[in-house]
Design a protein around this ligand. Structure first.
Ligand code: PLP
Length: 397
């Protein structure tokens, strides 16, 4: 009988030659547990997923309640059921009035795909503008607007008519023109190593899009549902998108995503052709029930209120000569070291000797990712920081 680790290596497709290979048997709150009982503090929340913690009581209950009623019924958009309808309405309550129409997907990349199609359909234009070092997903459309040639080279040809601009660089806004269907940008750029837009940039981008009739798509797949300290990150920047994307943290651990826009824009999918965007599982009732419970947990347990103080607590303790900078927006943080060669042994030491799970960023490999469940307590933050500092000290001396 092969062990799960052996089966994983033998039968599950691998995406690198150096997976972490840590086996987890159960998870609760901010902790994950190995079969030998060893406990790991999850400082990255499954890459921005477990914002309300692992197995949040309300989320688990909502899943159980829904599985007692029904699972899948029918492909997207035909039958009416309460979970997606209630979730769509609850999302609208968190948003500017005009963003009142939700299309549910199974993942972030699918939300990106739907939004790109919608923008082309609505504007009748083909050009898509996105940022260098942006990550929008791994499917062909989402990969096309991802800002890394290294990730794309082996998969070309991808979507034509994609133009990349330098993020947060005002002169490049002139490259957005009457040819542009949409600009897609992460409100806070995650995989670039947590890059927060400087004051004025997003309003200027919003204005330029409006001037030339391009739609503004905000990708909040990583920073949505409270991670930055406000329910939506764009709440902090004084702008509103034409299309908003979310996934990851919105499901409380279940797979779900969405792109959200106005009735008028979204109506494009109804005609010429009908069924302009289809999905079998998008808006799965169990995922929607979990998502609604996640949203209620964030609101009713007041989880946003503590985010800024918790981030400050990390910052106050993460001080070491080897740390060059700590960037962040709420509990989406990056701790920068000199190089990947310094950082990687720190990550390994933290994991295997201190029981702290962290990571680096796809397009910023000298920075340590800190994005814990928002429910992390002050004691757990202190425990994590002390362990990280021990790991740093062990590696750099
Ligand atoms: N957009 C952003 C900003 C992301 O961080 C990610 C995933 O990391 C995606 C899109 C793609 O989401 P998914 O992995 O659910 O397809």
């Amino acid at each position: 009988m092969l062990t799960p680790r052996q089966l994983f290596l033998r039968h599950q497709a691998q995406t690198s030659d150096f997976p972490l290979l840590l086996e987890i048997e159960r998870a609760e709150g901010v902790y994950m547990y190995a079969p030998d009982g060893r406990r790991y503090l999850d400082l990255i929340a499954g890459i921005g997923v477990s914002n309300v913690g692992h197995r949040h009581r309300r989320v688990v209950q909502a899943i159980k309640d829904q599985t007692d009623k029904f699972l899948h019924l029918m492909v997207y958009g035909e039958l009416v059921s309460a979970p997606p309808a209630l979730l769509a309405e609850a999302l609208h309550q968190t948003l500017p009035q005009q963003l009142d129409t939700v299309y549910f997907t199974n993942s972030g990349a699918e939300a990106v795909e739907g939004a790109l199609k919608l923008a082309k359909r609505h504007t009748g234009r083909t050009e898509l503008v996105s940022c260098h070092r942006a990550y929008h997903g791994s499917t062909q459309g989402a990969l096309s607007v991802t800002g890394s040639e290294g990730f794309k080279r082996s998969y070309r040809p991808l979507l034509p008519d994609v133009r990349h601009i330098e993020p947060h660089y005002l002169p490049d806004l002139a490259l957005i023109t009457e040819r542009t269907a949409a600009v897609i940008i992460e409100t806070v750029a995650g995989e670039a190593g947590v890059r927060v837009p400087p004051p004025g940039y997003l309003p200027a981008l919003r204005q330029r899009c409006t001037e030339v009739g391009a739609l503004l798509i905000l990708d909040e797949i990583q920073c949505g549902f409270g991670r930055t300290g406000t329910f939506w990150a764009f709440d902090q920047f004084g702008i509103e998108p034409d299309i908003l994307l979310c996934a990851k943290g919105m499901g409380g651990g279940m797979p779900i995503g969405a792109f959200i826009s106005t009735q008028e824009i979204m109506a494009g999918f109804k005609t010429n052709p009908i069924l302009g965007h289809c999905t079998t599982f998008g808006g799965h009732p169990v995922s929607c029930a979990a998502s609604l419970a996640t949203l209620h947990a964030i609101q009713e347990e007041n989880l946003l209120a503590g985010v800024a103080d918790k981030a400050a607590r990390f910052r106050a303790q993460l001080q070491h000569p080897a740390i060059r900078e700590v960037r962040g927006c709420g509990l989406l943080m990056a701790v920068e070291f000199e190089s990947f060669d310094v950082l990687k042994p720190i990550i390994d030491r933290a994991l295997f000797h201190e029981g702290i799970l962290t990571d680096w960023f796809l397009f910023c490999d000298n920075s340590l990712r800190i994005a814990p469940p928002l429910i992390i307590t002050n004691d757990q933050i202190d425990e994590a920081c002390a362990a990280l500092l021990r790991a740093i000290e062990f590696v750099v001396g």
